[in-house]
Ligand binder design. Structure first.
Ligand code: NAD
Ligand code: UDX
Length: 474
């Protein structure tokens, strides 16, 4: 088999990255067989669901891509060994969360799932296989993967059929909510590796739809480290603007005007300057903590402290919102109803991992509030898992303290509420009829807008009091 003509791909991990990435590769490369495998049977069943609205993740445009390729050259299954055996190229796209126990707990990446994949690839591969790190990994992880793949004594192989491997790093830069657009038109594709033939085999796949000048070839270590540092830079911008937002609130400046003024400097640029309730999502916090761990490991405590501050500021930003709301509501929210609009960590996804809504809701529940939570895409069972507390069944009980329940509509969430707290920038929250909604609330009623989605004139005309992040009380 010539490496530059990859015919069959296996992707281990059918999550937020593996699923959409492989769907786009299969869509753009109809001659390549793409098998996406996962241990999670429910997830695979959802990827195979004939009803495309029930795919396991919500991403705009994903359903159309899956519909075109699934059953043609895109297959989802739990047959991990078979898919590895028949593949010329194996992508490892499994989860790499922060370690909870042992050395590096709370900072280092837990690589047990990556290691399990490497062992399985070592056991099941045939001939020469290109192993691609798609998961976000600590710099120099490829050394460990290669060491596992190259274990010489393999019971299942005769001497002349011992498989060989090349390891590449090809981190994924998609953002949730825009994953399909990001994959179809990436800013760049990054490929790190020493084996030029293997690198070109992967380049040839991307060349089906990405122009050559956007495909960057680097050393393995540069590629691994670029992913961690790209996320650190992006998160740093958010912590910077959130720090400025707090200063705006106390000085009478408006963070949106300041962001515009800063962002029009072409050296700075306008993207990622939206102040908000703090960054969420499965990547930023985990990847910065991993970077901090690596800096300590490599003897650079000053560099570690520098990046640590980005996460510290983010935690502070999330926790100050609940405190501020309590303070504005005469110092107590006990048994008061508060409507939470948005639980996803950003708009256009059903993902709640590290969503600021989790910490803020927990803080308000701790203060005794009755939360009425609305989100257009998040499943209430996910909220139950995140809050580690069952929803209340008697939501009309005025004496209930420290409870939450889910509502199917914004109107229902706002009934009898003293305050509404907007945490996700869903498009539908920009078009609410505040004149009507105000009549459902208990006066004096507040709107706390952490995403700058409401029109301040409409809010004041409706007789509501507005507090906006980065601006303060209107
Ligand atoms: P995820 O948790 O959604 O998906 C990972 C999947 O891997 C799970 O379904 C799990 O069951 C499966 N899995 C784990 N071990 C397995 C094994 N041994 N065999 C078969 N399946 C196995 O995670 P994700 O969000 O897709 O992230 C995957 C990687 O990509 C992480 O390293 C993450 O940092 C990185 N990343 C994520 C994003 C994002 O937006 N979510 C973006 C860029 C990079
Ligand atoms: C991020 C990176 O953007 C992506 O390149 C990487 O592959 C995975 O991690 P993701 O976490 O999916 O993507 O979404 P992103 O758009 O980066 O938003 C992350 C968090 O930052 C969200 O909570 C979002 O609301 C917040 N954010 C983003 C802001 O508060 N302000 C901004 O200006 C931008």
């Amino acid at each position: 088999m010539m490496l530059n003509s990859i015919q069959s791909i296996c992707c281990i991990g059918a999550g937020y990255v593996g699923g959409p990435t492989m769907a786009v590769i299969a869509d753009r490369c109809p001659e390549i067989m793409v098998n996406v495998v996962d241990l999670n049977e429910d997830r695979i069943a959802a990827w195979n669901d004939p009803d495309l609205s029930r795919l396991p993740i919500y991403e705009p445009g994903l359903d159309a891509v899956v519909q075109r390729a699934r059953g043609r050259n895109l297959f989802f299954s739990c047959e991990v060994d078979e898919a590895i055996s028949s593949a010329d190229m194996v992508f490892i796209s499994v989860n790499t969360p922060t370690k909870r126990k042992g050395v590096g707990a709370g900072q280092a990446s837990d690589l047990r799932w990556v290691e399990a994949c490497a062992r399985q690839v070592a056991k099941c591969s045939k001939g020469h296989t290109v192993v691609v790190e798609k998961s976000t990994l600590p710099v120099r992880t490829a050394v460990a993967i290669k060491a596992i793949l190259d274990i010489p004594s393999r019971k299942n192989h005769t001497n002349d059929s011992i498989p060989t491997f090349s390891v590449l790093s090809n981190p994924e830069f998609l953002a949730e909510g825009t994953a399909i657009a990001d994959l179809e038109n990436p800013d760049r594709v990054l490929i790190g590796g020493d084996n030029q033939e293997a690198v070109e085999a992967l380049v040839n796949i991307y060349k089906h739809w990405v122009s050559e000048d956007k495909i960057l070839r680097t050393k393995l270590w540069s590629s691994e480290l670029s992913k961690l540092t790209a996320n650190a830079f992006l998160a740093q911008r958010i912590s910077s603007i959130n720090a400025v937002a707090a200063l705006c609130e106390t000085t009478g400046a408006d963070v949106r005007e300041v962001a515009l003024a800063i962002g029009t400097d072409s050296r700075i640029g306008s993207k990622f300057l939206n102040a908000g309730p703090g960054f969420g999502g499965s990547c930023f916090k985990k990847d910065i903590l991993n970077l901090v761990y690596l800096c300590h490991y490599f003897g650079l405590p000053e560099v570690a402290d520098y990046w640590s501050k980005v996460v510290d500021l983010n935690t502070w930003q999330q926790s100050r919102i609940a405190r501020l709301l309590v303070q504005k509501l005469f110092g107590t929210v006990t048994a008061k109803r508060i409507a939470i609009l948005g639980f996803a960590f950003k708009a256009n996804t059903n993902d709640t991992r590290e969503s600021p809504a989790i910490r803020i809701s927990l803080d308000l529940i701790e203060e005794g509030a009755q939360l009425a939570i609305h989100d257009p895409k998040v499943d209430p069972t996910q909220i139950e898992l995140d809050l580690k507390q069952q929803p209340s069944t008697v939501d009309s009980n005025l004496l209930a303290e420290g409870t939450w329940h889910f509502t199917d509509s914004v109107e229902e969430a706002l009934k009898g509420a003293d305050a509404v707290l907007i945490l996700t920038e869903w498009e539908e929250y920009r078009r609410l009829n505040w004149a009507f909604l105000a009549s459902l609330m208990r006066a004096p009623a507040w709107v706390f807008d952490t995403r700058s989605v409401v029109d301040s004139k409409q809010i004041s005309e409706a007789g509501l009091i507005l507090w906006r992040l980065g601006q303060g009380e209107d």
